[in-house]
Write a protein that binds this ligand. Structure first.
Ligand code: IMP
Ligand code: MG
Length: 175
């Protein structure tokens, strides 16, 4: 497989993450502590950068899910691997995702988190493949809209490869 082709540079990511953090900080000002729920593994770098730029009180939780079958050809069935550990009842939560593709994962996550009775649930994703949407799910904060292609880097992988690439690049999985 070739080196990933540049899609979004480190500098563009940095700027957009700062804008998102500013928007979120303003939307949640005066609402008390915000619980950021990072979706493992893909969101770990985005979550680290976003959370450090917020100017509001925040705490960090993680949740882990996996898609049945191969990630690039999944069926929409999602399985909970690890639930949040902290108590999120009556707290404002923000799901932090690396990417929303078909939307099945986000829809499933919202259902799981709703069962914990938080005060509110919103979703933030760095990347959104709008053309790939299969389910109707609302996303409150989107970093970048991208086309229907496989991307890696900044937390995202292809079969565990290229997760720590500093930029977002595209790969052709069938190489
Ligand atoms: P969904 O199709 O919206 O349920 O997305 C499922 C999951 O597939 C995402 O959370 C990512 O972990 C993964 N995924 C989807 N598209 C890509 C991609 O282009 N690169 C890396 N991971 C992806
Ligand atoms: Mg993910």
């Amino acid at each position: 497989m070739d080196k990933p082709a540049l899609l979004i540079s480190e500098e563009d990511i940095r700027k957009r993450v700062a804008e998102l953090a500013e928007q979120i900080s303003s939307d949640y000002a005066d609402k008390g502590d915000l619980v950021l729920i990072g979706v493992l593994k893909g969101s770990f770098i985005f979550l680290a950068d976003l959370s450090r730029r917020l100017t509001i009180p925040r705490t960090i939780e993680f949740i882990a899910v996996s898609s049945y079958g191969h990630a690039s050809a999944h069926t929409g069935a999602v399985r909970l691997v690890m639930d949040v550990r902290g108590n999120i009842e009556n707290r404002h939560v923000l799901i932090v995702e690396d990417i929303v593709d078909t939307g099945h994962t986000l829809k499933y996550l919202i259902g799981v988190l709703e069962s914990h009775r938080p005060a509110s649930i919103r979703a933030c994703t760095l990347l959104h493949k709008a053309e790939a949407a299969e389910v109707d799910v609302s996303i409150d904060y989107v970093g970048f809209g991208i086309g229907n292609e496989w991307v890696v880097g900044y937390g995202l992988d292809f079969a565990e490869r290229d997760r720590t690439l500093p930029y977002i690049g595209t790969v052709t999985p069938d190489d």
